[in-house]
Design a protein around this ligand. Sequence first.
Ligand code: ATP
Length: 274
Amino acid sequence: MIKAEHIYVSFKKENQTRLWGVDRQQVLTDVSFEVKKGECLGILGESGSGKSTLGRVICGLLKPDKGHLLFHGEPMGKRKKGEKKAVISVVFQDYTTSANPRFTVRGLIGEGLRARERREGISLNKEKEIDELLEFVGLCTSYKERLPHELSGGQLQRVCIARALAVNPEVILFDEAISSLDAHTQVQIMDLLKQIQKDKELTYIFITHDLTSVTYLCTHVLFLYQGQVAEMRSVEIIGQASHPYARKLLNAIFDVEAMGEEEILQQEELLCAT
Ligand SMILES: Nc1ncnc2c1ncn2[C@@H]1O[C@H](COP(=O)(O)OP(=O)(O)OP(=O)(O)O)[C@@H](O)[C@H]1O
């Protein structure tokens, strides 16, 4: 469904000392991967490994220096007029700044609905849609009068998820979308995301630095290390990852080296169940 082929991204370095030419920092090098419909790909990497840059490339906010992004085999952005579904919707980590503080919940979700009306050439009963979306993400419909600062972090992130759903996407990209929430709320939001994915047959791309949330939510994991794909695996066999960075992360959760294959599987099941 989504295929990235040999993506390269570099940025101009600041405080250049060269007299001519431009020094560039290579951020992504030869990144390729594929996500199939209904899968959830976790992109896992340490700070500065290029996760968000890759996220920006995937959602079309940044053009790579080299490489292609294909959606159903076609270049991204080449959608025909009147196409029913949006390609991709994004939920960012910083829900406080991604939600305009002067917009009520009605206004925030309404933005997504208007985008959908324009794309699909239809007219929606927006009040009804907003109520349904709020109920769908587990919020009371009376919340639509509230401003972002009148909601908790978890509630506001639910509103951002409702806004992402309002555009009727095929794919949702979550960029560290649950990282700033407390552990209990993170689990609640991940359960909600699992439910939504099942109900709406969505494909997810989940950018994070947290391996536990990947094992909880994702079907596949891509370990990004210094801008390169270190390894990509199905989450079911994540214990077999061999790249040193992947091993380091896995060892931080359970000492894989000390366990047999059966114990690793038991631990993974335990992680997925918690
Ligand atoms: N617009 C930009 N201009 C210049 N450099 C940039 C730009 N965007 C990102 N970078 C650099 O690219 C590198 C990767 O940044 P990126 O935000 O993709 O990493 P990340 O893995 O998402 O990190 P974090 O987990 O801390 O958010 C960093 O060194 C960053 O400074």
